[in-house]
Structures are given as C-alpha cells and as structure tokens.
Design a protein around this ligand. Structure first.
Ligand code: FAD
Length: 397
C-alpha cells in the first residue's frame, strides 16, 4: 500500500540507540517506528502540550478553577465500578479487558493495541495488536515496566485497519494523540489507565528484590489505598508491605527518570480512564472524559456494579509531611511503619481524597526532581494544573 504521509520516508531508530528525549525517554515505542518523524512535537518529555491535546481531543482544556478538573482532568462523570464476575488474573476486576473484548466482538474496532508479556518473563512487555478476545485476555494484568506500546503503529497503517482501540498509559497516549491524524484511521478509541512510578525491567527487579520476601514468585502488585503494597504470589497468597516501610534510600533512583518528571498521572487525553485510586478498596475508579468514553463504558454496563465516588478525610498534612521525609530518604523501622499504616488507614484520606493524596505526593516529588535535574525545562515542562497543585505546599530547595 502506498502512503501520502511524509513519515513513510523516515526510519525507525535502531533498538538500543540513544533516543531524542535522552534519559527522559519513557520507551513509549514511537521512536521504534517511522512516526519518529514527529517525535520533537509528539514526545511528552520534549514537548509538553496538555492544553493543545486536551482541546483537540475533548473540545476544551481543563478548567483550573473547577477543583475536580484541576486534579482529574476534563471529564463528564466519575464513578466507582467493579465487574460482577471479575476476570481471574486481571489487575483489578478486568473492566479494561472486558471493554476491549466487547468492542472487538461488536465489530466496533478491527484491532486492539495492548501489551502481553514474553514467554520467558512474565514482566517483560510485548506490545501487540490483538484481533481476538483470547489475545486481549492474554494481555490482562499490569506489566509494571516501561512498555513500547506504540512500536506496533507501523503495522496498523500497513494492515489497512481503519477502526482501532488503543489501551495505554499517559506518555504513550500523549504521543499517540499527537500523531493520531497521521494514522489514516476512521475512528480511534483510547482506553487509558492512570500510571505512576514505572520502572525499567532492571529497576523492577531491584524493587522486587528490596521489597518482597519472595521476589521470584510475584505475579502482580499494586500500591493500594490502604497505604500498603500488595504483592500477589504464584500460590495465591498476598504479601503486604506498608508504604512507610519501603527502603526509600535503595529505591530512590529505581523509578525511571521519565516517571519522575511525569505529570500525566490520570491520563488526560484518553477517552475513558480506568484505575482504582479514587474508589473504595476493591472497586475500580472510572473517569469518562468525553462522549466516546461514555460509548465505551456503556458496552459493559450490564456486567458491572456501580456506585457514586465519595471523598473523605484531609490529605494536606500527610502530603506536607511526606515531602521532606521522601527527600531525606527516611525509612521507618517496620513496626513503626506498620503502626503508621494502620493509623493512617483509619483516619486518613479515602476515595477521591486518597487520589488527591497520591497526585499531590507524586507531583511535589516530580516537581522537585525536574527543578533539580532539568532546571532549564521546569517552566515549559510542568503544566499549569501541576504548578497550581504543587503551589499548595511548602517545598525544600
Ligand atoms: P486488566 O483487564 O487486567 O487489563 C490491564 C491492561 O493494561 C491490559 O489491556 C494491558 O494491555 C494494559 N497494560 C498493562 N501494562 C501496561 C503498561 N506498562 N503500559 C501500558 N499498558 C499496559 N491506577 C490507579 O488508580 N493509580 C495508580 O497509581 C496506578 N498506577 C499504575 C501503574 C502502572 C505501571 C500501570 C500499568 C497501571 C496503573 N494503574 C493505576 C492502573 C491500574 O493498576 C489497572 O491497570 C487498571 O485499574 C485496570 O485494571 P483492570 O483489571 O481493568 O485491567
């Protein structure tokens, strides 16, 4: 098939070669394709452009005077939901996989960009274009590593596909939105998840080795609303490690530099976002950003229970205290960490307030990281909404 697009003359960068974003590269996969042609404009770490992309996708950018939009981005509604019959082995209850399967089964899309793992390594990402429900199911559960989901973009144009669903995290979706018009699609659906603190495969190993008692048997993990990391092991057992007991000194540089400079925690340019952190424990948190997102959620209405989102507690003091503690890499003894976890779970922020707690903690940390490591990027790279959020706190120099 011939193409009218200039990018077809470009060449993907060689695997392992230095990327245009240098150490800030999040390995989203764009540069593994001829769409590298657009990288200077499209890369979330070279050209921060939330306002432009939100306006392009949702018809307007977020209203910074609306407290919910300031935090969670442009949206029509937020709800808590869970599948009546959860998908076994999914990260939460499998709402993401279920929506993707419905879209394929109903012929709304011809393919779904998602990420499976390699045969040899359950955490090594293997992006694919799924064309069957089985292939979507094989991509369930988080690969908690940087994943080059967009590396399959060339295949899409070559295949002649016109209707596509892409599942992905913020940095991947920002780059995707920037090149959306060049893909030659009739309709693109974007199902996003929130994302934070991602790591390279080597970084993941360090995290597992320093934090879990049995790193080799971890099947998945999540930083939960009860202020503990929940590791699920192969034998079905769950290991709980309080956030406050993490070996901060060892882990300080484990997160990828891209994630330490990211302000797209809530995936601002997806049509629909499915996470957990704004919902009660055990439920998923759904943010419908536009009509396309509502259309996608409607497909699974008969498979899910829902309830309104709620908010409880006050995060501000906990966030303010966590800033210097993280900065100085304070690690509490395990008994104190456990105690603190129990207390904070009883009286601490819940629902949307927990989500704000997590956003505030990460944005303040990331703001300091950019300020110290990339001072020349600070003004342009940090979006207005993040500056406003960070401005609520007193930061160390
Ligand atoms: P499933 O049905 O299990 O499907 C998971 C989907 O995620 C699959 O389709 C797969 O293709 C895709 N996927 C897996 N790994 C990646 C990856 N590395 N990059 C892109 N796509 C991937 N939610 C929060 O509310 N707060 C958080 O702090 C948070 N952090 C996250 C960090 C990471 C690295 C990831 C990948 C997700 C995070 N999420 C977070 C989202 C949350 O963990 C669940 O993924 C989401 O709620 C969907 O659950 P599910 O059971 O519906 O997904």
């Amino acid at each position: 098939m011939t193409s009218v697009y200039p990018h077809n003359k470009a060449k993907a960068l060689k695997p392992g070669s230095r990327r245009p974003a240098k150490e800030l590269c999040s390995e989203c996969g764009l540069c593994d394709t001829y769409y590298v042609h657009y990288v200077k404009e499209a890369c979330a770490f070279i050209n921060q452009q939330f306002q432009e992309l939100e306006t392009k996708v949702h018809g307007r950018d977020r209203n910074l005077e609306n407290p919910d939009e300031l935090y969670f981005g442009v949206h029509q509604q937020m709800i808590a939901a869970r599948k009546q019959e959860p998908i076994e082995g999914a990260q939460w209850t499998g709402i993401v996989s279920s929506i993707a399967i419905e879209m394929l089964n109903r012929g709304m899309v011809e393919g779904v960009v998602c990420v499976q793992n390699t045969k040899e390594d359950r955490f090594q990402p293997k992006p694919i274009i799924a064309r069957t429900p089985e292939e979507i199911l094989a991509a369930k559960v988080n690969k908690p590593t940087l994943s080059p989901n967009l590396s399959v973009l060339e295949e899409i144009e070559k295949s002649g596909m016109k209707r596509l669903l892409v599942i992905g995290v913020g940095c991947q979706i920002q780059a995707l939105r920037a090149v959306e018009k060049q893909l030659g699609l009739e309709k693109l659906y974007v199902l996003g998840t929130p994302c934070v603190d991602n790591v390279t495969r080597a970084g993941l190993q360090k995290f597992l080795d320093t934090t879990s008692k049995s790193p080799d048997t971890v099947v998945y993990y999540e930083f939960m609303q009860d202020f503990r990391v929940h590791f699920k092991h192969e034998d079905g057992s769950t290991e709980l490690v309080p956030f406050f007991g993490l070996n901060t000194k060892e882990l300080k540089d484990v997160f990828a530099p891209s994630c330490m400079s990211c302000f797209d925690y809530v995936n601002a340019t997806a049509d629909l976002v499915v996470g957990y952190m704004g919902a009660p424990f055990g439920w998923q948190w759904i943010v419908v950003r536009n009509d396309t997102g509502q259309e996608m959620l409607d497909l699974v209405q008969n498979q899910i229970d829902t309830q309104p989102v709620t908010s409880q507690g006050n995060r501000k003091e906990a966030v303010q205290q966590s800033i210097p503690a993280y900065d100085k890499a304070v690690t509490l003894p395990m008994w104190a960490a456990k105690l603190m976890g129990v207390v904070i779970e009883k009286i601490g922020p819940k629902g949307l307030e927990y989500a704000r707690f997590s956003i505030d903690s990460h944005f303040t940390r990331n703001y300091l990281y950019v300020k110290r490591n990339y001072p020349e990027k600070l003004a342009a790279h940090v979006p207005e909404f993040a500056k406003k959020i960070v401005g609520q706190y007193k930061l160390p120099e």
